[in-house]
Ligand binder design. Sequence first.
Ligand code: ADP
Length: 547
Amino acid sequence: MLGLMQSQPLLISSLIEFADRHHGDAEIVSRRVEGDIHRYTYKDLAARARRLANALDGMGLQFSDRVATLAWNGYRHMEMYFGVSGSGRVLHTINPRLHPDQIAWIANHAEDQVLCFDLTFLPLVQAVHAKCPTVKKWVALCDADRLPADSGIPGLTSYEDWIGAHSPDYAWPEFDENSASSMCYTSGTTGNPKAALYSHRSTTLHAYAAALPDVMCLSARDSVLPVVPMFHVNAWGIPYSAALTGCKLVFPGPAMDGKSIYELIEAEKVSYAAGVPTVWQMMLGHMKPAGLKFSTLKRTVIGGSACPPAMIHAFKEDYGVEVLHAWGMTEMSPLGTLCTLKNKHLALPKEEQMKVLLKQGRAIYGVDMKIVGADGEELPWDGKTYGDLLVKGPWIVDSYFKGEGGHPLVKDAQGRGWFPTGDVATIDADGFMQITDRSKDVIKSGGEWISSIDIENIAMAHPAIAMAACVGMPHPKWDERPIVAVVRRPGAEVTREELLAFFEGKIAKWQIPDDVVFVEAIPLGATGKMLKTKLREQLKDYKLPGL
Ligand code: ADP
């Protein structure tokens, strides 16, 4: 017997329709590439998304055709999130920080038909457009009078001219909720990038889950600043959850430096922000010497790489801001776990609570996770035993676009498929997961594993250290030994010996790094994560002390 409830597909267009009807006057504020601040409402957004949908229909684009962006976080990008997917096409957000050859490769692989870009990326588009034969239309996300005259890009149109010529009247089509809605390529640290292809169903379910109280806890009373770029796994789904909750949205545009972000938080009374640790490092680095404080910011989600305890501490103790440590990946839309306390933790002393908050957190409903050993057997949830982390759920990839990378899922005894995350983790009895390492970064010393994240966290707790990256170096007896590359804070002094002494008593003696290498900067990847492959290349002539 089937239930007798209305059968309505979960479509991205329903999110913007909802925001239009129920939160029409909630504000969306954007810093534009031009430098000024732009303001409008969800009602305006919805009308312009419908104009865009008409423009896409007008050029004869088919269902599931790909429309790409090279753009910062801003209102026009947000219109594309809804206009492109809502009308049945697939939004392909390209990371502009990738190498131009890689961008051309991705655009070709995705067979993008339209590519819309912020003027910041004009030189990049000039460099790659001739290598992108599938792109029929190039659109600059700008006013008509800003369109560069001799760009050399055939048929370049301004976005405003393009959508302005079309009506805001449009009936969003209804189709199968499993249809593709957007795509995002992984950074391709191993081989060519692979694309996760999200569906309307997966995106809508993820949007619901992300808004839950123990997840991002978004509401119509929040003012939300996604610092995490809209080209980094759909800004962690915030644009969709924002439409669902009707929160005020604040977009930073191209101004991603600490000062600009801080000023925007204050000016727009931001209560909630989200970003990777390196962004917050920059902002705190701006605030501390100037003695600045937040007047409205209450919570911030930090994820994408391990959040150093010193940062969680600084946010809480110095600025009264609660840090929500999150873990996820492109293949997971991206949210997997988020760290919020359970009732039983509330009576614990502060330091004990902090130990829990440092973990990557508990699974969100919709994500099932487990850790397994080399033989594939599930390992205990004791907070000590570590193993490969596997996940499954309705917003986790089944396979990649065009079958790249084969069939990634691992079958269990019941034949259910689990996605191997490539992370090594522990899970405690309360279900809190803690990442030890990415499997390729784990350091194996004398048959035992050493967590590079633990070492980095300790180094970054030292007042003189701004950033730290730990890698394993070949050792004839131990296989590998850890060393830590560190960047000193401006004007701060610390010697190799002092830093090594700082590790004593914090981890087992044999886990303490063999050496400290002082560097000017740690190489960062396109999404602000430490690029250990590059660091290892830079250290290729390095020899461990005594060898
Ligand atoms: P890519 O895999 O292409 O670098 P993702 O953004 O998908 O890009 O990265 C996912 C990976 O980032 C995870 O598998 C994990 O290794 C790491 N990661 C994400 N969040 C955290 C976190 N809070 N702590 C530690 N590692 C994290």
